[in-house]
Each structure stands twice: as C-alpha cells, then as structure tokens.
Design a protein around this ligand. Structure first.
Ligand code: LER
Ligand code: MN
Length: 270
C-alpha cells in the first residue's frame, strides 16, 4: 500500500488537509518526509499548470495518488445531483478535467461532496436519479481513460445519503464498472459501520481509495482507531492502492504529517 498525504493550496484551519501552501512547497515537503504520494485537493484543474506539477512530483520522487474535488461543492455549490442541468454539467466538466490531470499518474479522482446532498433536491429520488445520470456520463470517460472515479462514503453529519459502505455498494452495483469504485475513510467508518473489518471484507474488489485519520480526526496514533484491524482487512481483500492521510493539521501541519507517517509505516512496512 502506498502512503499519501493530503495537500491543498489554501483551506480553512479546521478543514482536514494536512499540508497547505503552494505546490512548490508542499510537493517537495511530502517527498522529503518520506511519503510515497500526495493527494492534491484541486479546486479547478483548468487553473493549474500540469507540466509544473509533473516536474515537482518527479523531482520529489513521489506520485499523485488522488485528486480531492469537494471544494467545487463547498465553495461553488456545484454538484452532480443539482436539479439545474447546467450546474450538473459544470460538475461533470470539473471532474472530467480532474481526470485529465489524474490520467498521467496512477491516480483516482474523488467524488465526495461534489455528489451533492438530498437536502438540496426536492426529493431523495430526484437526487439519486440526477447523481446516477451524471455518473453514467462520467463512467464512459473513466473507462476510456482508465482513470478510476471513487465515490466517498461520508458520515451522516456531513452527508444525508450514501453514509455507509453497504448503502454505497448497493448504489454502485448497477454501474458494474471497474472504474467506478468505493472510497472509504476511517473517520467516517468509525461513526457509521458496526464492524469496520467485516464491511471492508464485504467490499472486496470494489474499494479504490482509502482516507485515514484517527478517531478524533487528528494524526494516526493520536486517538483510539484500530488501524491494525483495518489494514489487515484491506490486506485480506488484496487492496494495494493508497492510504491517504486526511486529518486535521493539529498540533501543526508538519508534526501531524510526520506522526501519521511514523505510525502507518510501522503497520504497513516499506
Ligand atoms: C472528504 O474527503 C471528507 O472526508 C469529508 O469529510 C469532507 O471534509
Ligand atoms: Mn475523506
């Protein structure tokens, strides 16, 4: 399993991204600390210099594991389930451009908050139908470009649907695509799942990405989350993609990144 750290150019203090600052700073820092990869949270791929990022990655000896996309919803209210078709198109376009960024790495594109919320729609059925239609369009490109889209299971306090692994597996089943996979997050699973290892084992072959943070969303090792149990379950199902640290940056960004890496390396090995 590759170990990755989240990074974003700028974010509110309480957002769960560890490294913050320009790509010229955070990409070399992730490499120097010993991470294998970085998960970049990118507001809009149209606004980035892909060649510059590629050069920074190569110089740092790391790769891009994943692209976080949630600020399209949290900042611009763009979502895949919005009742306005032109807004859905903007969300699709945003994700397609991120897929073009991800394409040159073995990276996944995250569909988290950009899926939208039921409470923004007139009914749950309308929300689900709109999301399904949008994803059906995106899956065509995901399959053609071989860039996995990963649908994040987010806890009930932040999302009002697709809050458990089981509900999300049922939603994904009709797509039957190897390029539309489940994205789990230890912080969310700790709230929602009765047995985390059992649910992970049920999702064999369907998990494309994993966020890690401790039970209090601080760095790995700060709280009481059973990382050994989760990593064993992931090993049992042959998961070999990234564990990306998405935690609060307390007590400070560098300490939290270093502490998570130390704990994860001791569990995962080189
Ligand atoms: C995003 O990956 C996530 O986990 C949500 O809680 C949004 O912050
Ligand atoms: Mn997450």
């Amino acid at each position: 399993m590759k170990l990755a750290i989240t990074g974003k150019e700028s974010a509110p203090e309480k957002a769960p991204f560890v490294l913050r600052g320009p790509y010229e700073t955070i990409i070399p820092k992730a490499g120097k600390m010993g991470y294998d990869a970085i998960e970049l949270h990118i507001h809009d791929s149209a606004a980035i210099d892909r060649a510059k990022i590629r050069k920074l990655m190569d110089e740092a000896g790391i790769t891009l594991s994943s692209i976080g996309t949630g600020s399209a919803y949290s900042e611009d209210r763009i979502s895949l389930s919005n009742e306005d078709a032109s807004v859905r198109e903007q969300a699709i376009k945003r994700l397609e451009m991120h897929m073009d960024t991800a394409k040159e790495y073995d990276a996944v594109v995250i569909v988290g908050l950009i899926k939208g919320l039921v409470r923004d729609c007139s009914s749950r059925d309308v929300c689900i139908r709109n999301l399904s239609e949008s994803l059906t369009k995106l899956v065509k490109k995901a399959e053609a470009d071989r860039v996995p889209l990963v649908l994040e299971v987010i806890n009930r306090y932040e999302s009002d649907f697709l809050t458990t692994i089981e509900e999300t597996l049922d939603f994904l089943a009709p797509f039957n695509s190897e390029q539309l996979l489940l994205h789990i997050d230890t912080f969310h699973m700790n709230i929602e799942q009765a047995s985390i290892p059992d649910s992970i084992r049920r999702a064999k072959g369907k998990i494309g990405h994993c966020h890690v943070a401790d039970s209090d969303r601080w760095y790995v090792g700060h709280g009481h989350y059973d990382f050994a149990g989760t990593i064993q379950a992931l090993r049992d199902i042959g998961y070999d993609r990234a564990l990306a640290v998405e935690s609060l940056m307390y007590p400070d960004s560098d300490t939290s990144a270093e502490e998570s890496l130390k704990s994860l390396r001791s569990l995962v090995g080189e």
